[in-house]
Design a protein around this ligand. Structure first.
Ligand code: HMH
Length: 221
């Protein structure tokens, strides 16, 4: 396989599912201003739980970067991501109280449980750093692309949801995702074909979980 721009090659190959994750009806309803606030509050509560599970996952990526990376800056980029999560958790608490959502008694829904279990499986030391960082990039990139879409010219995002969209749609977050992508691309050039395949499969699993997470938020299952 030609290893340059591996991720872009995969995104072209899996265009449909990628678009399904980044242009989901939930996101499109924020963008066109038709979002049902019950759905938004459901997303907010469930995503708060997700982000709490994301912290230990990120710490596992950090450990792998420290052990396996050939570049010191990887760890600093991941550490920056961890620091932002602290701020993100505070933001969820403020936002939830604004909408009257109680974060103390949220029951994780099935799609969320499945996604968190998947994150937990990635924390295993048997999962290679390259595979973890690729999955990590994908998780962040879906939110970045989705929420940035709600900020583009012509979008009718309700003013009260602007701040939420800016949290993941801002250019700083975009640059952070680009840094993660560059790390993943660099590592993918050096791994065996088996690990390469594993990274592609897990990238697809991330996209599927993201679609299910939006479906859950929209009110389906
Ligand atoms: C479900 N995916 C989900 N929640 C998030 N907060 C992110 C990605 C980005 O951090």
């Amino acid at each position: 396989v030609e290893r340059s721009a591996m991720i872009d090659t995969w995104l072209e190959k899996h265009r449909l599912i990628y678009t399904g994750a980044t242009r989901h009806p939930f996101i499109l309803s924020i963008r066109d201003g038709t979002i049902d606030m019950t759905s938004f509050k459901r997303w907010l509560a469930q995503d708060y739980l997700f982000v709490r599970s994301f912290v230990p996952f990120l710490s596992s990526v950090l450990i792998k970067a420290w052990k396996e990376s050939d570049d010191n800056t990887d760890m600093e980029i991941i550490l920056g991501g961890m620091a932002s999560l602290s701020d993100e958790i505070s933001w969820f608490k403020r936002e939830a109280s604004k909408w009257g959502v109680l974060l103390t008694d949220i029951i994780p829904q099935k799609a969320n449980q499945d996604y968190c279990r998947f994150l937990e499986s990635l924390m295993s030391p048997d999962v290679e750093y390259t595979v973890s960082i690729t999955a990590f990039w994908a998780i962040e990139a879906v939110y970045q692309e989705s929420f940035a879409h709600c900020l583009e010219d012509g979008s009718k995002t309700p003013p009260e949801l602007q701040e939420t969209c800016e949290r993941w749609g801002n250019t700083g977050f975009g640059e952070y995702c680009q840094s993660l992508k560059r790390i993943a691309e660099r590592k993918l050039q050096k791994v065996s074909d088996d690990v390469l395949t594993k990274a592609e499969v897990l990238l697809l699993r991330v996209l599927e979980h993201e679609v299910e997470f939006w479906n859950m938020s929209s009110g389906g299952t």
